[in-house]
Design a protein around this ligand. Structure first.
Ligand SMILES: Cc1ncc(COP(=O)(O)O)c(C=O)c1O
Length: 424
């Protein structure tokens, strides 16, 4: 299904059909997998035309180029499976276009390389996923980039103060927002941050690009672009891929910046391969069902943990204090609470490790968003590379466990947690 009709369809319908036209592929009801590294030109003139089209400086008009007539050059530049996934992802995110990458970190890397220059500053919510944190505070420091954290991403004064301080250090070029945050589930007010970024732009003559990492909720529960973000970045490895069997990343937004990212991706060689593109496209068809079921399970698991004496705190996104700022923002910004959250048990690392080692059904692994429930000790795994002071400052301590609840039967998950907590 290609063309303007898709504008009137709901996401649950788009995710099954959008981005693929059977008529262009011998009527095959499902997309073929193009296992090729390069594409034959029809003539020398055709070769010239497709190169001119690909390397033009402005983005092509998507609807002016029917899928069947699109020309391809070489699979690092673009290929049909990537194009199908990009079209579907853009529609789900409510964007003009999308670019997909070989993992979420490749997408984040491309954003930083495309839009940051030496001397720039980056404003960000706290905490950030360990990889993003490592990129900003480690690798990019060598390129003269200065990151600056926001203390409270729900508080206008705190956001404004941090933005002013970051802008005073250099050109504030990017605002990186992770909401809900990994692993604390902290919420940031996207619309408020976008407003402050626009103001900075008016005052200083250069508006920072607001990028939201939407990995924890995904397009069925949160649409950052509708809240005013410029780019929506998602690790498609998680809920979109949904089966813990491939890595992928996506960025959605206006045609201009996405075109920039696609051109850079060609130079970085971080395109998504045909097979992974095909797998994620297929998994998107069931994403809303998995998201819904995992969300129900997560609420049941979070409620069980909240009532258990061995558990100190449960940072589940759906447990916001009524009337709090987080609750107001959650209600405006999110359509669900996801299924990944952190809880802390009494007794520090010893108790946490003991409990993890007693689990029989729930598996111990990093990553999230798969059909299976996974759990990990954040301080020593996903955030092991984040300096202790910065980790503790945002509440990731030795008692913190991150759980990604899957689609199994909720009673089996709760029973497994109960026996692991109680058989010490
Ligand atoms: C919030 C968040 N953003 C980005 C990433 C990076 O994604 P990938 O592992 O696909 O590179 C992760 C990975 O865990 C993540 O949790």
């Amino acid at each position: 299904m290609d063309g303007p009709a898709h504008r009137y369809l709901r996401p649950e319908t788009l995710t099954v059909n959008a981005g693929y036209a059977p008529a262009a592929h011998h009527g095959s009801i499902k997309p073929p997998l193009f296992a090729t590294s390069t594409f034959a030109y029809r003539s020398a003139q055709h070769a010239k035309d497709v190169h001119e089209r690909y390397f033009r400086t402005t983005p092509p008009e998507a609807e002016a180029e029917p899928e069947a007539e699109r020309g391809y050059i070489y699979a690092r530049l673009d290929h049909p499976n990537m194009a199908m996934l990009q079209a579907r992802l853009a529609l789900l995110d409510g964007a003009e276009d999308a670019a997909v990458f070989n993992c979420g970190m490749a997408a984040i890397n491309a954003i930083t390389q495309a839009f940051l220059r030496p001397g720039d500053t980056v404003l960000h919510t706290r905490p950030l996923y360990g990889g993003t944190d490592g990129l900003l505070y480690g690798h990019l420091a060598a390129f003269g980039i200065t990151p600056f954290g926001i203390d409270d991403a729900l508080d206008e004064a705190a956001i404004r103060a941090a933005a002013e301080q970051a802008a005073a250090l250099g050109r504030l070029a990017l605002v990186m927002v992770e909401t809900p945050a990994n692993p604390t589930s902290g919420i940031a007010d996207i619309a408020l941050i976008a407003r402050v970024a626009a103001e900075i732009g008016r005052v200083r003559g250069s508006r920072p690009l607001v990028v939201v990492d939407n990995t924890f909720l995904g397009p069925f529960q949160q649409n950052p672009l509708a809240q005013g973000a410029d780019l929506c970045m998602t690790s498609l490895t998680k809920y979109a891929g949904g089966h813990s069997d491939c890595l992928a990343g996506g960025v959605s937004g206006a045609a201009g910046p996405i075109h920039t990212l696609k051109q850079l991706r060609t130079l970085l060689g971080s395109q998504l391969d045909g097979h992974s593109s095909w797998m994620v496209l297929r998994s998107l068809e069931t994403m809303h069902l998995r998201t819904e079921r995992a969300g129900h399970n997560a609420r049941a698991v979070a409620e069980f943990l909240r009532g258990h004496p061995a558990v100190e705190t449960v940072n589940y996104v759906g447990f916001q204090q009524p009337g709090s700022r987080a609750h107001v923002v959650f209600a405006r910004q999110c359509r669900g609470a996801g299924s990944t959250f952190t809880f802390r048990i009494h007794g520090g690392e010893n108790a946490a490790f003991g409990m993890l080692d007693r689990l029989r059904v729930i598996q111990m692994a990093v990553s999230l968003g798969g059909t299976e429930t996974l759990i990990c000790h954040s301080a020593t795994t996903t955030h092991a590379n984040v300096p202790a002071a910065r980790r503790l400052d945002v509440g990731i301590d030795d008692s913190s466990l991150r759980i990604s609840v899957g689609v199994e039967h909720q009673d089996d998950l709760i029973e497994d947690l109960r026996q692991a907590l109680e058989s010490a």
